[in-house]
Design a protein around this ligand. Structure first.
Ligand code: THU
Length: 128
């Protein structure tokens, strides 16, 4: 996988983050089947609970733009935090098993996958 552009966009998206409460800026990017790269950043709410993570915003941006097949994701933050539990569920449901790159502000990259992050996931197969 050519990771460079994916990582670049995830890092760039941190600058767009709206995180006045936590000051913890997160950028995410996804690569679609045709090679398009689409980003998202975390957006916080004074209510706290309405905050949305960068990963989900990147995914919802992607779906909103008409893409359905997602091949990879990158997530950038100051200290290389991994996706929260809610995002793991949404990543699994919208992407299936994809590689996920985690980047910190020293450019250290860790690679994991959506299946490794959410083993034995509950999904649509449980509903049939
Ligand atoms: N955040 C993300 O954007 N992604 C995660 O996977 C973990 C947390 C954001 C939400 C909130 O704006 C800030 O980081 C602190 O929790």
């Amino acid at each position: 996988m050519n990771q460079e552009k994916l990582i670049h966009v995830a890092k760039e998206m941190r600058d767009k983050s709206y995180a006045p409460f936590s000051k913890y800026t997160v950028g995410a990017s996804v690569k679609t089947e045709d090679g398009s790269i689409i980003g998202g950043c975390n957006v916080e709410s004074a209510s706290y609970g309405l905050t949305c993570c960068a990963e989900r915003i990147a995914l919802y941006n992607t779906i909103s733009q008409g893409f359905s097949k997602i091949k990879a994701m990158a997530v950038a933050s100051e200290n290389g935090g991994f996706p929260c539990g809610a995002c793991r569920q949404v990543i699994w449901e919208l992407c299936g098993d994809i590689p996920i790159l985690i980047i910190d502000n020293q450019n250290k990259i860790k690679e994991t996958s959506s299946q490794a992050l959410l083993p034995d996931a509950f999904d649509k197969n449980n509903l049939t």
